[in-house]
Design a protein around this ligand. Structure first.
Ligand SMILES: [Cu+2]
Length: 353
């Protein structure tokens, strides 16, 4: 006896007419059941059966509701990025930024990207305010009304630019980008707002994209024209810790660094995986009577979580701004270095304005 299993039939309660055929006596059965009372009785029986069977099946397949994971409370006035994950280091107060294209009503609106890849072209954008109109008044931070950072998602091709604003609020700069998805960070303080903010947005550059693995962790970076920068100090999740970058040229410490953006150095740090962008401020400023023009440039860096970060130091010497890059791994709170992440080859970190 086959074809009578309840799950195959459209509705398990109704008698399956094909059952009659299965027994080979369609006609006599039909006349015997053709009386109104009998059909009514049959219908009632079927209904009861349906209720009983339905009830028991429902109990089996209705998924037990799994409570939704509690979304971490958002910090009022936070920089629009996700607060630190629960696993973040205790006491980690570092705010991440640059993860949101829009925050507190301000939106980074990119209207033109340079193309084709590798050729100079215009990068244009506006900061739209809470009312949707372009913001045209900015309070300068570190000597500039707006700082634009552009980096490829594999963290190569770092650029720190200072676009110029048209009266209508359109910012423009000319640059060239390699093929691949890039992240654009706009760091600014709209007039009337007490603190600066950083918005981030992806832009795509057409072309063959061959991601470059991130260099392994190192405390020494060199530039193509003979500068060496040495990093001392560590990134400790949840704790502001000193990071010192010492500049030398052809083995000789550089002691006549020039101010750049109101400091002797400018540090951008991006976190691996999400390119979270954190503010890192230099200690001491040129002309304060206690900060030397090198060779050491000191920063207090606070990263929110363990893992890899990419550091980009801009410094100026003899009229030229150069960038030295480092991969640094922030040790887990236990103090044992986490070592390069298993997905070694990727990394990132925050910005120092
Ligand atoms: Cu800048």
């Amino acid at each position: 006896m086959t074809t009578t299993s309840p799950e195959r039939s459209p509705t398990p309660s109704a008698p399956d007419p094909r059952a009659n055929e299965a027994f080979g006596q369609p006609s006599t059965w039909r006349s015997r059941f053709d009386r109104p009372l009998v059909r009514l009785g049959g219908f009632a029986f079927a209904l009861v059966l349906a209720l009983v069977v339905g009830g028991s099946v429902g109990a089996v397949v209705t998924p037990t509701p799994v409570p939704a994971p509690a979304s971490p409370p958002r910090t009022p006035g936070s920089t629009g990025a996700q607060p630190l994950p629960a696993g973040g280091a205790p006491g980690a107060a570092a705010d991440v930024s640059g993860l949101a294209v829009s925050q507190d009503g301000y939106t980074l609106d990119v209207s033109a990207t340079p193309a084709p890849a590798g050729s100079p072209g215009e990068l244009a954008f506006r900061i739209l305010g809470p009312g949707g109109t372009p913001v045209t008044a900015f309070t300068p931070t570190h000597d500039k009304p707006l700082h634009l950072i552009v980096v490829r998602r594999d963290q190569s091709g770092f650029q720190h630019l200072h676009p110029v604003m048209d009266p209508d609020g359109t910012w423009r700069t000319t640059t060239s980008l390699a093929p691949g998805d890039h992240r654009v960070f706009a760091d600014f303080a709209p007039d009337g707002r007490s603190e600066a903010m950083t918005l981030g947005r992806d832009i795509a550059v057409a072309g063959a994209y061959n991601p470059i693995p991130l260099p392994p962790p190192s405390t020494v970076a060199t530039t193509s024209d003979g500068y060496t920068v040495t990093l001392t100090g560590a990134l400790v999740p949840g704790t502001a810790s000193p990071v010192t970058l010492s500049v030398s040229r052809d083995g000789v410490p550089v002691t006549d660094l020039q101010p750049y953006l109101a400091a002797y150095g400018h540090l951008v740090v991006l976190r691996t995986g999400d390119l979270a962008y954190l503010h890192v401020h230099p200690t001491g400023t040129p002309g304060d009577g206690r900060t030397a023009a090198g060779p050491a440039i000191e920063f207090m860096a606070e990263v929110p979580s363990a893992g890899s970060y990419r550091l980009y130091l801009d410094f100026a010497h003899q009229g030229v701004v150069r960038t030295a890059e480092f991969t640094v791994v922030a040790a887990a709170a236990s103090g044992t270095p986490a070592g390069p992440p298993s997905d070694h080859g990727e990394s990132s970190a925050p910005h120092g304005h």
